[in-house]
Design a protein around this ligand. Structure first.
Ligand code: NAD
Ligand code: SER
Length: 315
């Protein structure tokens, strides 16, 4: 049994629920402590692991918990996502940046073994080449969310260089899952569409029909995260977040994939403020570095994901 003790902050969100359950399988229930501002999410109740109510920006409380539980790794998932962030820019900056900076400082102080902190395709902006966007390219994010992610990547790299802190990160694309709902992002349409297809056989997309974005099924994202965190240190050659890719599709294409299973399903389009955010992001991502450095490989394409989503949501 590995002796790590892991704290997940933001464990009740779309990623946190599944990551907590996966890490508890990999380690043990008692070695993985879940925490969030909110009440414990339903799927975690069944897991019977420890749970704390914790504010990521309250460093005194975080520090006390880390010391009390002898934490060796932190997964910091608490954040406001792109769409919510544009409604509350200062709050997004406060949560996304201050929690990270304080936890990086704490990591040095208590000598954490590792920190995981996710970045996003939102680091890229309108001046970035749109297709097969490279790991290193023009980076001029347009949203407060994207600015916080890019600044965070630079801070993570700084703490590694300056203090040897082992901080690892991925630029997730839009993530699609059925166990827990997404939390205010621009890619959320690609989750909502499955729910609406089953419930109402109709969906109105807030992105236009030909908006291509990089996307990934949650199973791939969770496996990729754990593989990155378990990789030997010498394989982690980028201390900025790694580009990570699986598929790219538009609302029209995901609708067509659903229609193969639900022929009567129909979609229409009413783009809102999230269209401008989507238009500023890449259509597809080049993740050669992740594939070469620590052997990342995705398993789900659009049709395989559609089958899984519909099968599980029907249950
Ligand atoms: P989410 O919104 O579903 O979950 C975030 C969780 O953080 C929520 O449960 C929320 O209650 C919690 N939280 C918010 N403020 C907090 C605070 N001050 N203290 C403690 N908890 C707090 O988001 P998610 O999709 O699970 O994203 C997790 C991380 O992954 C974020 O950093 C996000 O930017 C990143 N990410 C997500 C996606 C995606 O498609 N889901 C893509 C790229 C990057
Ligand atoms: N899925 C996220 C969002 O739309 C990307 O980081 O905000």
């Amino acid at each position: 049994m590995k002796q790590e003790k892991i704290l997940i902050i933001g464990a009740c969100g779309q990623i946190g629920v599944e990551l907590t359950l996966a890490l508890r399988q990999q380690y043990s229930n008692s070695q993985v402590i879940a925490s969030d501002l909110r009440e414990q999410a339903h799927p975690l109740l069944e897991g019977s692991g420890p749970y704390y109510t914790l504010d990521a920006t309250d460093i005194k409380a975080v520090s006390e918990l880390v010391r009390k539980e002898a934490i060796t790794q932190i997964y910091l998932l608490a954040a406001l996502l792109s769409a919510t962030g544009e409604k509350m820019p200062m709050k997004a900056w406060d949560i996304n940046m201050n929690s990270l900076l304080q936890i990086l400082e704490l990591g040095v102080e208590v000598k954490l073994n590792k920190i995981y902190w996710p970045s996003s395709i939102a680091v890229f902006g309108t001046t970035t080449p749109k297709n097969h966007t490279a790991q290193k390219t023009i980076v001029e994010p347009t949203t407060v969310y994207g600015i916080s992610k890019y600044a965070g990547e630079l801070w993570a790299q700084y703490y590694h260089r300056r203090w040897g802190l082992d901080v690892r990160s991925l630029r997730y694309p839009g993530l699609i899952s059925w166990k827990s709902a997404p939390g205010g992002g621009t890619t959320d349409y690609a989750v909502e569409i499955y729910h609406e297809a089953l419930k109402n056989k109709q969906y109105t997309s807030f992105l236009s029909e030909d908006t291509y974005l990089p996307m990934m099924y949650m199973d791939d994202a969770i496996r990729g995260t754990i593989e990155l965190m378990e990789a030997p240190e010498e394989q982690i050659k980028s201390r900025m977040a790694y580009n990570l890719s699986a598929m790219s599709f538009s609302p029209k294409e995901i609708a067509a994939s659903i229609q193969q299973h639900i022929p009567e399903f129909s979609i229409d389009y009413a783009p809102d403020f999230r269209q401008a955010i989507a238009d500023s992001w890449p259509s597809s991502i080049d993740d050669t570095d992740a594939r070469n450095d620590w052997h990342w490989k995705h398993q789900f394409d659009l049709d395989k994901m559609t089958q899984e989503m519909l099968k599980n949501l029907r249950k």
